[in-house]
Design a protein around this ligand. Structure first.
Ligand code: NAD
Length: 264
């Protein structure tokens, strides 16, 4: 896929460290020829993100905490100053109070519901609003979701509801922005051991369950998600919008536990 993003300029939000899905996407996008801008959420992450950005020759365009609107505005102003335009934006972030990912969804507080939906779902719309005027030649917006949006999953609770809303917003944004040739898609990634995933209970069990039961009999890597992202960010997918593409070793097609896994 070398060169498919040559000359393209993209903003990627959500790199926390070298295990982040956003990092897998950034590496693949750079390998495909893109010029990149990265952000960090909090000062404590800046010292991790700067060397990673340097590795890719990417520009760090500042701190962006999506719960502080002014930091979103500042980052887009910085991108406008840097390039005057954009070709793609990757939204690779989510948040919920860890305590409410244990126990029952029914016990979710209004405060955590609002915060989880605002950070994990609304922020993608907030980003689309600001990206629209910079995607001057059309372009691609991409977010990350999980199968817990479609089916009940253990320890996913309000995040499942937030991801369902995020997937619906992919479809509405795609319809709104399509006439400007701006495509909006999501990747539904299988479970991957990242910082965010460490907040999810029984995560090792979830990984093992996917290994035993997915058609490919394994879990996926950030590199695999990254290469699918390159497809969705590049003209190779120019006919695709409003799509939620599963990169989960096929797990989403499985309706019943694999009997041969039961004995393991
Ligand atoms: P990660 O911890 O590496 O990345 C999460 C990122 O979200 C971090 O960079 C963090 O700084 C950022 N973030 C959280 N709150 C923020 C805020 N208020 N403002 C700005 N940034 C904020 O974990 P990850 O697993 O790479 O997560 C990336 C995305 O992938 C998330 O949307 C997650 O739900 C999704 N996803 C993850 C998995 C998985 O198993 N790891 C599976 C499917 C989807």
């Amino acid at each position: 896929f070398s060169g498919v993003l040559a000359g393209k300029k993209g903003l990627i939000l959500g790199v926390a460290n070298n295990r982040s899905i956003a990092w897998g996407i950034a590496k693949a996008a750079r390998d495909a020829g893109a010029e990149l801008a990265l952000t960090y959420q909090v000062e404590a992450l800046e010292k991790r993100v700067r060397p990673l950005a340097a590795e890719l020759g990417a520009t760090v365009v500042g701190r962006c905490d999506v719960s502080e609107t002014e930091t979103i505005d500042a980052v887009f102003a910085e991108v406008e100053k840097l390039w005057g335009k954009l070709d793609f934006v990757v939204h690779c972030l989510a948040y919920s109070d860890k305590d409410q990912l244990d126990g029952r969804y029914v016990d979710t507080t209004l405060e955590n519901f609002n915060q989880s939906l605002a950070i994990s779902c609304y922020s993608f719309t907030a980003i689309a609003q600001r990206a629209e005027k910079l995607l001057k030649d059309g372009g691609s917006l991409l977010t990350l979701t999980y199968y817990g949006a479609e089916k009940w999953m253990p320890h996913y609770n309000v995040m499942g509801v937030a991801k369902a809303a995020l997937e619906a917003s992919v479809r509405y944004l795609a319809a709104d922005l399509g006439e400007k040739n701006i495509r909006v898609n999501a990747i539904s990634a299988g479970p991957i051991k990242t910082l965010a995933a460490s907040g999810i209970g029984d995560f090792r069990y979830i990984l093992r369950w996917n290994e035993y039961n997915s058609p490919l009999r394994r879990v996926v890597t950030i590199e695999e998600v990254g290469e699918t992202a390159v497809y969705l960010l590049s003209p190779m997918s120019r006919g695709v919008s409003g799509e939620v593409l599963h990169v989960d070793a096929g797990y989403h097609v499985v309706g019943m536990m694999n009997p041969s896994a039961a004995s393991k």
